[in-house]
Design a protein around this ligand. Structure first.
Ligand code: PA5
Length: 546
């Protein structure tokens, strides 16, 4: 290749993606300016900086000889003066869109096709995380772990069925699931979802992510089976009186105590209210295909049952009937969710650290831990994402927290929690890094009103969108935490809060946690530590030994 790292060249922008801009250096050499290399400031939208057809000076920062591709930076040139006789504007762009290669026009359709193929729905930005070391030095280890994961030979391989599930799910069961959901949904004023851990967190996260905290739908979802709290159980029992109830009990083992205790109580309530016969329609069990107490009970009572596949563990099971059934009953478009998953399976199917942002995230976490950061705070700016962070905490905590290793997953919703945790993050013990989970287009927006008297002195915001105000809070906070707080920030940005993006995001996190845990030398798919409390509890409860 005629180019060298460090060289500054004139290139033409051939495509814009959420994660960066593609440029063409000559007829056969394509380049990528990753979003983190666009500008020194926070870049929300690449097209605020460059457009297709622009001619830009770029600095070459990395070269992939075999694919004839180079990684370029605009940011690295921010202080560069213009070339003699050809003045550039503030973005480093030439005023004209002329380009010296006649054949570029002919090649454009091909570049657009290549760019589309590479299009992902998530951007991952490490430019606020003080990560000066080179990602490519991790490629060997990533490739090894990736191959083992995809060959189902890695640690915990028995639980890697989720990897191909988006393209390999049980299509017949899926159709039956939608039929059952359509049948019971009209019956449900309240949908009770009875389960704990991986058997409820995903559905809860998805419903709040998609429908918000105060939906005005006919059916309200209530999660039970996730606590021994008598006050909680009694309050739900009281609340559902007089309402038409449908219950989905979910347990892979079929023996989890919290779930079994609540299920017995609410099953008795429903049998008293509707009679055993009607409960055959109103109660649905999601459990193991053959084994476990719940499977025997459901078969005995004549309930409809759905299967949690043997090779998918609880915290990866939101993409199976565990999540899909409650979501379908709640009116979620699960086809779109599956589409997002399938797209993610394809987009994150390569071991290439340059393009696989799930793996870049996995590696960035390892780099940050090597620098001494042992806590990761997942930060959102949307109340609807609070439960998604709870789901993420289980996924990351149970997968990685073992063998005396791992990063403690924590979460916060800003700006709310800036008034509680903000002080610690800004000036406290430097144990944590933040991972921002941002949404490009909010589900809804509203305009801040003007007030004639302006006693509260808020008219300076009149006419502004609330989403803009939230965005400025985010930008100000990122700057404060990064620049004066010295807190590394990783930034994950999704397009919007819909089913497709959610399915995509679920899979992104699956891939990231599997990779980052394998890189840490642990089994991502077991959770031996959670048995210890159970043993003690069973002894104290006087549970008979089997
Ligand atoms: O991720 C896991 O495996 C756990 O969190 C389980 O989902 C949780 O313990 C519930 O188990 P079960 O579905 O067997 O009731």
């Amino acid at each position: 290749m005629q180019y060298q790292v460090g060289q500054i060249v004139l290139a033409r922008v051939s495509g814009i993606q959420p994660y960066g801009a593609f440029v063409q250096l000559d007829e056969s050499t394509a380049g990528l300016i990753h979003i983190s290399e666009i500008s020194n400031g926070f870049v929300r939208d690449v097209s605020d900086y460059v457009h297709v057809g622009d001619e830009v000076y770029v600095k070459i920062v990395d070269i992939d000889e075999s694919n004839h591709q180079v990684r370029c930076s605009l940011r690295a040139l921010s202080a560069r003066k213009s070339r003699r006789g050809r003045s550039m504007n503030a973005k480093g762009l030439l005023p004209s869109h002329r380009l010296g290669f006649a054949s570029l026009r002919d090649a454009l359709p091909l570049w657009i096709k290549q760019t589309k193929e590479k299009m992902t729905m998530i951007t991952f930005d490490t430019s606020h995380a003080f990560l000066d070391s080179d990602f490519s030095s991790w490629q060997g280890k990533v490739t090894e772990a990736h191959n083992a994961l995809h060959a189902h030979t890695c640690a915990g391989a028995d639980y890697t069925g989720w990897v191909e599930w988006p393209s390999n799910y049980d299509k017949e069961e899926y159709v039956r699931l939608k039929e059952v959901a359509a049948k019971v949904a009209p019956l449900a004023d309240v949908l009770l979802v009875c389960g704990i851990g991986g058997s409820y967190l995903g559905a809860r996260a998805a419903i709040e992510f998609l429908q918000g905290l105060w939906p005005t739908r006919k059916t309200q979802v209530i999660f039970i089976g996730n606590t021994f709290s008598a006050s909680y159980i009694a309050q739900v029992l009281e609340y559902i009186k007089g309402k038409s109830v449908v219950m989905n009990v979910i347990s892979k083992s079929g023996t989890t105590t919290e779930t079994s205790v609540s299920f017995r109580i609410f099953k008795a309530y429903m049998e008293n209210t509707y009679g055993k016969e009607e409960c055959k329609t109103r109660i649905i069990a999601t459990t193991d295909k053959k084994r476990g107490a719940l499977k025997s009970l459901a078969d005995h009572e004549g309930y409809e049952t759905f299967v949690i596949p043997d090779d998918i563990g609880g915290r990866f099971s939101v993409i199976t009937p565990v999540g899909l059934l409650p979501l379908a009953i709640m009116g979620v478009d699960i086809d779109a969710l599956m589409d997002g998953l399938a797209k993610a399976e394809k987009d994150f199917g390569s071991d290439d650290l340059q393009t696989n942002s799930a793996y870049r995230y996995a590696v960035a976490r390892r780099m940050l831990q090597q620098k001494g950061y042992n806590v990761e705070m997942l930060v959102t700016y949307e109340m609807q994402l609070v439960q998604l962070a709870e789901w993420w905490k289980q996924l990351f905590g149970e997968s990685e927290g073992k063998d005396g290793k791992g990063i403690l997953p924590d979460s916060a919703c800003f700006s709310t929690d800036l008034h509680s945790l903000g002080q610690f993050i800004q000036e406290g013990n430097k144990v944590l890094f933040e991972t921002l989970l941002l949404v490009k287009k909010p589900q809804r927006d509203l305009v801040f009103p003007s007030d004639e008297n302006d006693f509260d002195h808020m008219n300076y915001l009149a006419g502004k969108n609330m989403s803009w105000i939230n965005e400025k809070a985010m930008e100000g906070t990122l700057e404060a935490h990064e620049k004066s707080g010295n807190v590394p920030n990783l930034v994950i940005t999704i397009e919007k809060m819909d089913e497709t993006n959610l399915g995509y995001l679920f899979y992104f996190f699956f891939k990231a946690i599997a990779m980052t845990t394998l890189l840490n030398g642990s089994n991502p798919f077991n959770q031996p530590g959670v048995e210890v409390y159970k043993k003690n509890m069973f002894r104290l409860l006087g549970k008979p030994e089997n």
